[in-house]
Ligand binder design. Structure first.
Ligand code: ATP
Ligand code: MG
Length: 256
């Protein structure tokens, strides 16, 4: 199953969710591959992988200069592998315009290794450019992390429009995995308003688990570790584990 973690809004917890969902799925004995599709490389450094040491990255994979098999590295975390990204990826959005099937480059690569993993997670950059379009064309579902901010709904409807477009043209079976609230703070009045608004529009898509604002989650990347390895008993780690269990439960219910 391929899940794109996307929201064109910046800083909503996409990379944090990829790193921690992957680590939790790995602990639950699922084989996971993360593909860092953001030139910022936050997922890459979140797993403690040094960007200077990389030879093959998402850049070469997207442009078809190397096969994805050559880019995959094992992380030090159970059952989690990674296709890393470096700043070179910033050029890909422009260079992709000149290649055939520019929207389907990632899909073509993933087809060759998909069978080897239970879950493939695609960390998208904060835009709706060709790179995230490649992720939307390649995925089965889209997981949308979002914060309870005033502009969140506007961003969400833009993202839904893009998903609809991709569905019509390139990926007819794409679906929304769900919406996950991150950096959640129930003390704020705005939080309740945003939650009820999202619930009204997407009653079936909201995950029951929310990820609280938690300092351990934000500290973990500087140690190159997912929070479930950095501080297993923190509220943040427990929330990501509960979210992972909710997602797995939904998937096993859908199979029946
Ligand atoms: N639940 C949380 N509690 C506290 N801090 C968090 C939480 N989730 C994420 N953060 C912090 O918020 C910042 C943004 O998170 P993250 O990088 O995951 O967002 P993003 O959507 O991937 O950003 P971008 O759009 O730039 O790729 C990071 O510094 C991260 O450590
Ligand atoms: Mg990110």
């Amino acid at each position: 199953m391929i899940i794109a973690v996307a929201n064109q809004k910046g800083g909503v917890g996409k990379s944090t969710t990829v790193v921690n969902l992957a680590a939790c799925l790995g602990m639950k004995k699922k084989k996971v591959l993360c593909v860092d599709m953001d030139a910022q490389g936050n997922t890459t450094s979140g797993f403690g992988v040094r960007k200077k040491s990389l030879s093959v990255t998402t850049y070469e994979v997207l442009l078809g200069l190397r096969r994805i098999q050559e880019a995959i590295i094992k992380t030090e975390f159970e059952n989690v592998s990674l296709v890393p990204a470096s700043s070179a990826l910033a050029a890909a959005d422009i260079e992709l315009i000149e290649v055939d099937n520019m929207q389907k480059r990632m899909k073509m690569q993933l087809l060759t290794i998909q069978q080897e993993y239970d879950y493939i997670l695609l960390d998208c950059p904060p835009s709706l450019s060709l790179i995230p379009i490649n992720a939307l064309c390649a995925c089965d579902t889209v997981l949308v992390p979002m914060t309870c901010e005033y502009f969140a709904m506007e961003g969400l409807s833009q993202l839904i429009d893009s998903i609809r477009l991709v569905k019509q043209r390139y990926n007819p079976t794409i679906d929304i995995e769900g919406i996950l609230f991150t950096m959640f703070d129930s003390r704020l009045n705005l939080t309740g308003q945003v939650v009820s608004e999202v619930k009204k529009h997407f009653p079936k898509k909201l995950f029951r688990t929310v990820i609280p604002r938690n300092v351990r989650i934000s500290e973990a990347p500087s140690f190159g570790k997912p929070v479930v390895y950095y501080d297993k008993s923190s509220r943040g780690a427990e929330a990501y584990m509960a979210f992972t269990e909710e997602l797995l439960k939904r998937h096993s219910a859908a199979k029946k």
